[in-house]
Design a protein around this ligand. Sequence first.
Ligand code: OGA
Ligand code: MN
Length: 295
Amino acid sequence: MPLSVRPLSAHIGAEIGGLDLSTPPSPDMMADLRRAWLDHIVLVYRGQTLDPDQQRAFVSLWGEIGGRANRLPAKNPRQQNGPDYNAAAMLVSNIRENGKPIGVLPDGELWFHHDMCYAAEPNRASFLYAIKVPSEGGNTKFANMYQAYDNLPQRLKNRIEGRTVLQAFDEIQDSRLDLSSIDIADIKHCHQPIVLRHPETGRRALYVNRLMSHRVEGLSDAESDDLLDELYTFTEDPALTYEHVWQPGDLLMWDNLCSIHARTDFPKDQHRLMRRMTIAGSTVIPAWDNQTAAE
Ligand code: OGA
Ligand code: MN
């Protein structure tokens, strides 16, 4: 049966129909899925029943399973007590046992971000499988960063060409870090190109986000803040987004290099439980490297 691929918005997301992922798809089917993924950035498979082994078997067909290579600086208490960040599978959940969340990213809203952009080798892809969802909210929004780059006026493209940005994360989900009050050495951080070149499609994608991007290097703080704010009007343009309303049994996979994602708020007294796995990535390629080869 040919694969059914139904686009979910103008610029990002497609629902794949007719696949039961509890048994791994054939190599031919995987080739079609990979094409669909490169084209649509986020793939949605609904109505799946997957135990951890079945999820891992499917994820491993996409590449090497990612751990959380971003081992946490030991000094920082917020980053010491959580679940095992280096596990190949982790839970994203607000469920608590003995007062402690059983998973990461527990409660409520989560600002737009690229997973692990604060690490030298961010994960290539993330897979989230819904087990329990709240009656409302807790939706995940995705936005297309190829298109965000393409939509920039030439003035902004020129302004950011060749620049790097400081990416950092301190487990805070919905506010900006105050860099003046913390020692950056205590938290996960990394300098990354502000525009990357996608390793498979060769396309340029914006690599900034509201949660984790903090300073454009070579600018004053005020100039950097203004520039980032201006860039976020492009990265978070509603015209570039797809908002996923979860049902139990949904598996979503996203390309972490050319998309950002965010989560909407949801009631504190309702449980949300997702099982998350990733595919490892490598060093981020600046858009301006190998210019002649790829453009
Ligand atoms: C993640 C993430 C969003 C969500 O797992 O990386 O951002 O909707 N999750 O829980
Ligand atoms: Mn994320």
